[in-house]
Design a binder for this molecule. Structure first.
Ligand SMILES: *Cc1c(COP(=O)(O)O)cnc(C)c1O
Length: 343
């Protein structure tokens, strides 16, 4: 039986083209800056995001942490959404390892932060207060329905932050999904931000890795923070080679994932006892209403028996994620199974 895995876009394995690029990659010692494939990937990422420089890191989590450590000192404060991945799912690394204080304000359901909430969170110059240094945005927003943040909104946040002497970091783990959903060049989403991270290993299917992009001085600083976090790798071109394929090829097909997510969500929404949230990209959330005879665990078990991996996250809530492995046939199979179980 074929397994249909809707848990996350991180389950994607490297493509055959990636395997071949990995096998043939010229490599060197990247701690000395001598790995030609890493250097190529870094130039490619910087060029694509429209930033002067970029650096390869093992994960999105390290990308965010290394960036925050470069922007902030101990006791400094970062304004971020209360549903930010960096706040919820990165083990509080900014506080644990950086002594950096998160100042959370409410995320709206479209992933934005209200400008007036940001403004109100900025500290005045007073020895009682930590110093506000940074505003973090997330694009697309994982916990807010996979919503993309529009270029105009990002520019408004940057204008406010810069006018108050703050920097802006974007956790763009799925920034290419945002660009596709909004039909804009990815550069438009990060034009005036100070730093951005994005993942190679999610919808882009690389086995490992994330990129940080910013100006030369910032990336030089991240080169230090990455090293202290243990992220200085040696012949990293072996994995960077897959990242090049990820950016050149896999960014071109993300729209398919969005179309399939929408098709799934519409089908789920037509079933009795299912409430579906908005669909913007390749992630959507749904829940089982009171009239549904099954609870979340019951539905997850019934789906798993049919080869469909879609575990519940809360007692009656789910997140579904589409990616390169989910085909049109899989969508039909999942809809038929849901109909059988709940119809
Ligand atoms: C996955 C993710 C990360 C972390 O990336 P890893 O490579 O899993 O460490 C950070 N931010 C967001 C929004 C993510 O979805």
């Amino acid at each position: 039986m074929r397994t249909i895995d809707l848990r996350s876009d991180t389950v994607t394995l490297p493509t055959p083209e990636m395997r071949e690029a990995m096998a043939n990659a010229p490599v060197g010692d990247d701690v000395y800056g001598e790995d030609p494939t890493v250097n190529r990937l870094q130039r490619l990422a910087a060029e694509r995001l429209g930033k002067p420089a970029a650096i390869f890191v093992p994960s999105g989590t390290m990308g965010n942490l290394a960036s925050l450590l470069a922007h902030c000192g101990r006791g400094d404060e970062v304004i971020m959404g209360d549903k930010a991945h960096t706040f919820l799912y990165e083990q509080g690394g900014l506080a644990a390892l950086g002594g950096i204080m998160p100042h959370t304000i409410p995320n709206q359901s479209d992933g934005t932060l209200k400008l007036e909430d940001i403004e109100a969170a900025i500290r005045g110059d007073d020895p009682h207060f930590p110093r506000t240094r940074l505003v973090c945005l997330e694009n697309t927003h994982n916990a807010c329905n996979g919503a993309p943040l529009a270029p105009e909104y990002v520019s408004q946040v940057v204008a406010l932050a810069h006018s108050r002497g703050l920097k802006v970091h974007v956790d763009g783990a799925r920034i290419f999904n945002a660009a596709v959903a909004l039909d804009v060049d990815v550069k438009a989403l990060v034009g005036d931000v100070d730093s951005v991270t994005f993942c190679l290993s999610k919808g882009l299917s690389a086995p490992v890795g994330a990129m940080i992009c910013g100006d030369e001085a910032f990336i030089a600083e991240v080169h230090r923070t990455r090293k202290v976090l243990g992220g200085g790798m040696r012949q990293a071109g072996i994995i960077a080679a897959a990242g090049i394929v990820a950016i050149e090829k896999m960014t071109l097909r993300l729209k398919e994932d969005h179309v399939r997510a929408r098709r799934l969500a519409e089908g789920f929404g037509a079933l009795p006892g299912v409430g579906v949230g908005p669909v913007h990209t390749n992630i959507f959330y749904f829940s089982l209403t009171e009239e549904c005879p099954l609870d979340g665990a019951g539905l997850a078990t019934a789906l798993k028996a049919r080869g469909i991996l879609l575990p519940n996250r809360g007692p009656r809530t789910f997140r579904a994620v589409t990616h390169v492995w989910i085909t049109d046939d899989d969508v039909e199979t999942v809809l038929a199974a849901m109909g059988e179980i709940l119809g």
